[in-house]
Design a protein around this ligand. Structure first.
Ligand SMILES: Cc1cc2nc3c(=O)[nH]c(=O)nc-3n(C[C@H](O)[C@H](O)[C@H](O)COP(=O)(O)OP(=O)(O)OC[C@H]3O[C@@H](n4cnc5c(N)ncnc54)[C@H](O)[C@@H]3O)c2cc1C
Length: 293
């Protein structure tokens, strides 16, 4: 089923996984997926690696989730390091396996490169990939957006115009980068609506798993850490279990506020761990997403 049709009927709760470094890590990812299936996700997504074999694992996990676990899926796809023909080949394989949804991304510059340069004969921007997908396939398509601005963007207004271009090129909905201050999300939605972006904007939420990881992620993607969370990250800097429990409480409050404000769904960056998202959903008791055993 296309996610845009799910969005027409419900506010989806979804989980994002990433492929392991080696094939022997695949069963553990599928096991986590199986545990989280108890919360009836409307779909799950699997990220696309920077290169090499993990890209094959993205396809494998996506196919397994759909085929064996019977969960609706969204495959991530980036433009990094591949020609249009190679990307077309990936899209054909996804299509042949019955995958109906993708999220079209540019991807980050390869490690060591300061800026993104598409390969010769490749795509330069996510909007170009979107255009190709819409012209050649019948996938439901999502795109990424950045409430606090993408790290390479010159300013928030031009960044928003490029997001609009992705919607104009066919994105059915947007999924946000992680954020820890809901005001950034609400402000972004207001600005997007003013700019004529009408599609659903689904908040992406990353529960704190440990302090150093959150500091690293937020500094990489340019997300703000609000002062109350900052203090808590310091307090639990040397205690990962307490940091994780604090993260459950923090994300519960964050998602509760978003949900009560009427967000069109919520996308959890689960980082292949079931503990935090399970506790958060136990706390939230969202109808349709209570634990089923
Ligand atoms: C929900 C989500 C899922 C993600 N999944 C993955 C994943 O699976 N794998 C992965 O490697 N990365 C993933 N990322 C990270 C993403 O690839 C990076 O943030 C990347 O740097 C930008 O991707 P994009 O699709 O937003 O690119 P784009 O939309 O192309 O934007 C990239 C930059 O270029 C600018 N820009 C866009 N269009 C133009 C234009 N026409 N002219 C000039 N400038 C332009 C934008 O303002 C922005 O600064 C994900 C991010 C999010 C939010």
């Amino acid at each position: 089923m296309k996610i845009k049709d799910i969005l027409a009927n419900t506010r989806p709760v979804s989980f994002e996984f990433f492929p392991p470094r080696a094939a022997d890590g695949i069963p553990a990812v599928l096991e986590t997926l199986d545990e989280l299936k108890a919360y009836c996700p409307d779909y799950v997504s699997v990220t696309y690696g920077a290169g090499g074999s993990t890209r094959g694992f993205t396809e494998e996990i996506t196919f397994e989730a759909k085929r064996t676990a019977g969960v609706e899926v969204m495959a991530h796809l980036t433009c990094v390091g591949q020609t249009k023909e190679e990307i077309h080949g990936v899209l054909q394989r996804l299509d042949a396996e019955g995958v109906e949804n993708i999220i079209a991304l540019r991807g980050d510059p390869p490690k060591g490169d300061s800026e993104y340069v598409g390969v010769e004969g490749g795509f330069q921007h996510a909007s170009d990939l979107l255009e190709h997908v819409k012209a050649n396939f019948d996938f439901g398509v999502a795109a990424a957006c950045y409430p606090e601005g993408h790290t390479e963007s010159v300013d928030l207004d031009s960044d928003l115009q490029y997001v609009k271009q992705k919607v104009d090129n066919g994105a059915d909905f947007l999924v946000t980068q992680l954020f820890y201050d809901n005001r950034h999300y609400f402000d972004f939605v207001d600005r997007a609506r003013s700019a004529g972006i009408e599609v659903p904007i689904i908040p992406g939420v990353l529960p704190v798993l440990n302090s150093s990881q959150v500091r690293r992620f937020t500094s990489l993607c340019g997300s703000d850490i609000p002062p109350d969370l900052d203090k808590l990250l310091d307090k639990y800097a040397d205690n990962d279990n307490s940091a994780r429990d604090m993260g459950v409480e923090y994300a519960t409050g964050q998602v509760r506020e978003l949900w009560d404000a009427g967000v069109p769904g919520v996308h959890f960056y689960v980082l292949n761990r079931s503990y935090s998202v399970s506790r958060i959903l136990d706390n939230l008791m969202i109808p349709g997403h209570l634990r089923q055993d």
